[in-house]
Write a protein that binds this ligand. Structure first.
Ligand code: ADP
Length: 433
């Protein structure tokens, strides 16, 4: 069933109103028609009743059609509006449509068909326009929302940048602290080690068995402490990008045997066999011998530390493409795969509790990882909990020194002078490594 349309006709001319009424009636439209003769009455009617369409004469006795339509559009009243014009008033009609009227109809063309056609299209156009306006409004709102969100994101980004900057500052401060402290600690440590060694010399008199035992402990603890301090210093230098490699041509098998020799007493103390197998046609490499030895000592000390019984193997082999591999394998406690990545991070240990069984700084593997990267090599880990671990390092036979690292200013430390440092513990004097 067709809905009853409520139509308002605004015209002071009774004859014109009648023409509209007759035409609409003849069209057989189901409607309720209301008529007023001026703009004021039209607004009163529109304010109290919801109309489906308003036909208005553009020349009203109390106001011009333009004022009428402008008022209508700026009010809250929602109604399609059709201007009734005299013949030849097309330009005015265009003006009124620009101001917000939905359509126009020349009074000379009023006929049942024409009126129904204009009425239906005015209603359709009006509501389509309303729909579009609503969508536009929604779009505007979501655009504003997006703008607000963007501003919020920008604000958050700025805050993150500030936080990052602060973190960077704190991290730099930490690195500076570590570098300074470890550097300062090395001087008295070297004095302790040096004087303990001197005490063993017979020209200062024979030590009793008990005294020798105590000095021996001072010496080994001092060496251990120095190693820890050196680890911290190396780490802080690596972090600051200020550690450079001092490459030269050397016999890698000799350096490996040297490192193994230094660690053998520790392995013996735990009844672990320490086996070395070198299988190289050419034993010469171009690398930093001190750092290669450091890497091996670190891997070996871990292997010994984390192995209670069994063997430790060191293998050195040739690889294709002018590369060399160094493998350290043990039959120790092993590492769970979920910890493979973590243990290469600084200060990370599988057991992070204070009461852990195995001592250490958690820096060894982080340092090895950085050194191996600097050498253009790779490090691989294979391990099984309870069965043992294998650390494999692959290195180019000849490393390429990065000019950046070579040019970077280094913490310049003098050579050991235990006598001067002992007399004046605030005077730093020890070797970089
Ligand atoms: P640290 O030995 O001082 O704790 P590292 O960086 O050298 O620090 O090693 C980090 C952790 O990796 C160790 O604490 C240990 O949990 C694990 N790890 C390293 N090497 C071995 C190994 N050979 N066997 C078992 N666990 C190991």
């Amino acid at each position: 069933m067709e809905q009853t349309l409520k139509i308002l006709v605004v015209d002071d001319n009774e004859v014109d109103r009648m023409a509209v009424r007759d035409a609409l009636t003849k069209a057989g439209l189901q409607m309720e028609l209301f008529e007023v003769s001026n703009g004021n009455d039209a607004f009163s009617a529109l304010n109290t009743t919801a109309y489906d369409c308003v036909f208005f004469n553009y020349r009203l006795p109390d106001q011009h059609g333009l004022t009428f339509i402008q008022q209508l559009r700026s009010s809250k009243i929602k109604v399609p509006s059709v201007v009734l014009t005299a013949q030849g008033d097309e330009q005015i009609a265009v003006q009124l449509i620009k101001a917000g009227a939905t359509d126009y109809l020349s009074k000379s063309k009023i006929s049942p068909e024409m009126l129904v056609q204009v009425l239906r299209s005015a209603i359709r156009i009006y509501w389509a326009e309303m729909q579009a306006a609503l969508v536009n409004q929604q779009l505007r709102e979501s655009h504003e929302q997006l703008l607000r969100k963007n501003q919020e994101l920008e604000r958050q980004q700025q805050q993150i940048q500030i936080q990052n900057f602060k973190l960077l500052e704190v991290s730099q401060l930490k690195s500076y602290f570590l570098a300074t402290m470890s550097h300062e600690l090395r001087t008295p440590m070297n004095a302790i080690i040096g004087f303990s060694q001197i005490l063993f010399r017979s020209k200062f008199g024979q030590l009793t068995h008990q005294q020798a035992d105590m000095v021996e402990r001072i010496l080994s603890n001092g060496k251990h402490l120095l190693m820890l301090v050196n680890e911290v210093l190396d780490f802080s230098k690596l972090e600051a990008g200020r550690l450079d490699l001092k490459a030269e041509i050397f016999d890698v098998s000799k350096v490996i045997n040297l490192a193994v020799g230094e660690m053998r007493s520790l392995a013996d103390a735990k009844n672990l066999s320490l086996l070395v197998q070198t299988d190289l046609q050419n034993t010469l490499v171009f690398n930093d011998p001190v750092r290669i030895k450091q890497i091996l000592i670190n891997l070996l000390s871990n292997a010994i530390k984390f192995t209670e019984s069994g063997e430790i193997w060191v293998e050195v082999k040739e690889l294709p493409a002018s590369r060399v591999t160094i493998v350290v394998r043990d039959t120790g406690i092993g590492i769970a795969p979920r910890n493979f990545k973590r243990i290469f991070e600084a200060f990370r240990q599988v057991d992070q509790t204070i009461t852990r069984k195995y001592p250490g700084t958690g820096l060894g593997l982080a340092i090895i990882d950085s050194l191996v990267r600097m050498m253009g090599g790779k490090i691989f880990l294979d391990s099984k909990l309870g069965s043992g671990s294998m650390f494999k390092i692959e290195l180019p036979r000849q490393i390429t020194l990065s000019t950046e690292a070579a040019d970077a200013p280094d913490v310049q430390l003098d050579s050991d002078d235990i006598f001067s440092s002992a007399k004046n513990p605030h005077h730093s004097s020890s070797q970089t490594r």
